[in-house]
Design a binder for this molecule. Structure first.
Ligand code: SAM
Length: 377
């Protein structure tokens, strides 16, 4: 395998030289630096000790966790033998000390303990029952095939960090796949990304509830064709019931107006979901990540700005995309800032949203958003 060295955060990592990322013998995507930055900041803020990077590829994520956060014991796993060998080399490149290799496992004991394994992630997570404070799933496509095992490997008050790159499925391009994997009806159109993220979280909540685990969303977002969610687990049947009560359904009519209902079963056949209707962030947590991003060696120049956008975003379910509203009502597109200003003057809250550069989140009713656009014609 031909290799080159890259730097990200405090890590030096050997990655395969390849024309296209999916042709490489071990997967590495430089675009995911922002995802890894936010994960490093989250782990730093949480202070979790025992961490599993279950689908590690080059090891870049787990090695950054070891170098840049207070985590004391970090496991890096991949089923691909080439990945295992590369992770071992990358651990050696970043840490001094003796790495003891025995078959499909390598252990480095030092200031930090690093454990590298070449196993099926489900098998490893089932063997390490309730062992980890923080479990990271960063798969190709959907995380669903790993979810039950992750919910068993993580401690009952631990944190799950989950990526999903199957946006076509969660956003309704492949409806049947969404029904199969997430047992949910997706939506097409301008709300598909937020609905997709909320379908993903809704499914995670239902899976956690089986184990009498409740879920608090520390942060969840959509970016660069993937979803990412950090979930704080809460122990007990009552907290699981509370989380389940935050599930519900979304409805949208042809005018673009939407509504949602917090019910276990939908009242109408046109429902989209079930999906999570609770918050997508813990405000203090996001403010802390934003603050930390100013002083941390980041891998992507875009991370701090993106965290700022997430921090300032109004916490209400769903948004109005001004381009979509204008199109649906035969109006001219107008600047988002102008619409936000009119709503502000009328006493409503309104902010930009990370889901779309042309959309706003507001507590104003749909008619007021439409009226604001009309005023600007
Ligand atoms: C998207 S890549 C991970 C990228 C990495 N987390 C990063 O930040 O660069 C997914 C990895 O999962 C590994 N994988 C796929 N199925 C697996 C399984 N059942 N058990 C363990 N690893 C698996 C693949 O070999 C691949 O390296």
């Amino acid at each position: 395998m031909e290799l080159k060295e890259v730097r990200e955060g405090l890590a030096r990592i050997l990655v395969p030289k390849a024309e296209r990322i999916y042709d490489a013998p071990v997967f590495y995507n430089p675009l995911m630096a922002l995802n890894r930055d936010i994960s490093v900041l989250a782990l730093k803020a949480l202070g979790s000790r025992r961490v599993l990077d279950a689908l590690s590829a080059t090891g870049i994520r787990g090695i950054r966790y070891a170098l840049e956060t207070p985590a004391g014991e970090i496991w890096l796993n991949d089923i691909n033998p080439n990945a295992f060998r590369l992770i071992v080399d990358n651990v050696k490149l970043n840490f001094s000390g003796e790495l003891e290799i025995e078959g499909k496992m390598a252990v480095l004991e030092g200031e930090k303990t690093l454990v590298v394994t070449n196993a099926d992630a489900n098998r490893l997570m089932n063997e390490q029952f309730r062992y980890f404070d923080f479990v990271d799933l960063d798969p190709f496509g959907s995380p669903m095939e790993f979810l039950d095992s992750a919910l068993r490997a993580v401690k009952r008050r631990g944190v799950l960090a989950i990526t999903a790159t199957d946006t076509g499925v969660l956003c309704g391009a492949y409806r049947n796949a969404c029904l199969r994997k997430y047992l949910a009806e997706p939506i097409r159109g301008e709300l598909c990304h937020e609905a997709g993220l909320r379908i993903l979280i809704g499914t995670l909540v239902r899976y956690a509830a089986k184990y009498d685990l409740g879920v608090e969303v520390l942060l969840a977002y959509y970016r660069d064709h993937y979803f990412r969610a950090f979930l704080q687990l809460r122990n007990g049947a009552k907290t699981a019931d509370k989380s389940m009560k935050q599930l519900g359904y979304l409805y949208q009519d042809e005018s673009g107006k939407f509504e949602f209902e917090n019910t276990f079963l939908p009242s109408k056949a046109t429902a989209h979901g079930p999906l999570w209707l609770g918050p997508l962030k813990n405000q203090e947590f996001v403010e802390e990540l934003h603050r930390l991003s100013a002083e941390h060696p980041l891998g992507s120049k875009k991370t701090q700005k993106f965290l700022g956008l997430l921090k300032d975003e109004l916490e209400v379910p769903f948004f109005y995309d001004t381009h979509a509203v204008a199109r649906r009502h035969g109006l001219e597109v107008r600047k988002l800032a102008g619409v936000i200003e009119i709503l502000y003057e009328k006493g409503y809250k309104a902010t930009r949203t990370h889901f779309s550069p042309t959309a706003l989140k507001t507590d104003a009713p749909f008619e007021e958003v439409l009226e604001a656009l009309r005023e600007l014609q």
